[in-house]
Design a protein around this ligand. Structure first.
Ligand code: 5GW
Ligand code: MN
Length: 348
């Protein structure tokens, strides 16, 4: 072998080695959950899994026919994109059949958490029954019910591929305690899950019912829902925490939208980051004797100001039954029921 040949063989071998090292680094199992203390070996996604689950890699079936999308006519009455170019989901902005056929082969799974502590258990039956009819119908869904009354969890028939797990939590007389632990319990639940790149989670209030489709159009890395009470208002009227002493505070001139604490979600690793951050800020505030104006909703709003949601859901995704429907609300998908506060809430 000539000197030149030997030299080029060496270069090729060295390059192959470097590429191998780079490959192993990029696909090492701990990268997805770099911030989780407990390392888990199960559920490492294969390479195909990673490609297929990539949110941006949207593969449609070749022969699907559907209404031609227009590029010049759309919803003219509402804003359908944020200033950082995330979609805002309204009825009329998406094709449900197309989206479902894109997400079907990705083998996604959807977790939903719902807290039913104390008398709030009475909302659970309607929540679960209507979720069967409207929430990710035809997809793999795992509902986690956190309750201090496991015996009172209603038996609701669930379709194939859907399941419910009851997780007992201690009772509490103080709502602030339940509220404070919500983010912590969500964080811990996510840390227990196998690290799959195509798993999503939604955290929902129990005092609500589904009335219309909530499905694949809502998927995204970090997903927030616009609060129905303030979406027409100037940001100076948003009920953000305003005291700089709180870690949830937003100053005048800050804040995009007012998001609800009653529904948020996204990819497991994104929601893990959110829950962990909000919990830490909540607890650090508490140590200094501070409780944000709307507890975790305030912390969530601060988080979403810094970490922009990659998908924003319109108030169709969390309306309130007592509100009359505004003209831009063409469909109500999920809505808070009217409740008798004196009857259901513990003495605070
Ligand atoms: C909430 C406020 C005061 C006292 C108690 C509670 C409470 C909330 C409770 O006793 N049990 C309970 O399970 N929750 C959970 O927190 C429910 O999932 C509830 O949907 C969620 C948020 O509380 P909400 O629905 O009363 O808050 P709003 O802002 O929707 O009225
Ligand atoms: Mn609620």
């Amino acid at each position: 072998m000539s000197v030149i040949n030997r030299k080029s063989v060496g270069v090729v071998l060295l390059s192959a080695l470097l590429l191998g090292v780079l490959y192993c680094y990029m696909y090492q199992p701990n990268r997805v959950f770099g911030d989780v203390g407990v390392r888990r070996e199960n559920g490492r996604p294969g390479d195909d899994d990673i490609a297929a689950s990539n949110d941006l890699h949207l593969v449609a079936p070749a022969h699907l026919q559907y209404k031609q999308p227009s590029i010049i006519h759309g919803r003219g009455d509402v804003v359908t994109v944020t200033p950082w170019l995330s979609p805002v989901v309204w009825e009329g902005t998406f094709n449900a059949v197309l989206l479902d056929s894109i997400y079907r082969p990705k083998n996604i799974s959807i977790a939903a958490t719902v807290f039913a502590v104390g008398k709030y258990i009475k909302f659970l039956k309607d929540f679960l029954e209507t979720a069967e009819q409207h929430f990710f119908v035809g997809f793999k869904v795992h509902v986690y019910v956190f309750t201090d009354r496991p015996d009172e969890v209603p038996r609701v028939r669930m379709a194939a591929g859907r399941q419910l797990t009851v997780r007992p939590v201690p009772s509490s007389q103080r709502w602030q305690e339940i509220s404070a632990r919500r983010m912590e319990l969500i964080q811990l639940l996510i840390e227990e899950q196998p690290r799959r790149a195509n798993s999503y989670i939604f955290c929902l209030d129990v005092d609500s019912k589904f009335h219309g489709r909530w499905g694949t159009e809502s998927l995204g890395g970090l997903v927030a829902v616009i609060h129905p009470g303030y979406y027409r208002d100037d940001r100076s009227r948003f009920p953000y925490e305003r005291r700089p002493a709180s870690r949830a505070h937003l100053a005048a001139g800050e804040g995009d939208f007012y998001y609800c604490g009653g529904a948020f979600g996204g990819l497991l690793q994104e929601v893990h980051q959110l829950a962990k951050t909000c919990r830490a800020n909540f607890e650090d505030d508490a140590k200094e004797g501070i409780e944000a104006a709307w507890q975790e909703e305030s912390h969530l709003n601060r988080y979403m100001w810094i970490n922009k949601p990659s998908k924003v859901l319109s108030p169709e995704y969390l309306w309130q039954d007592f509100k009359s429907r505004n003209p831009e609300i063409q469909i109500i998908r999920f809505s808070g029921v009217i409740k008798n506060y004196a009857e259901i809430r513990p003495n605070v």
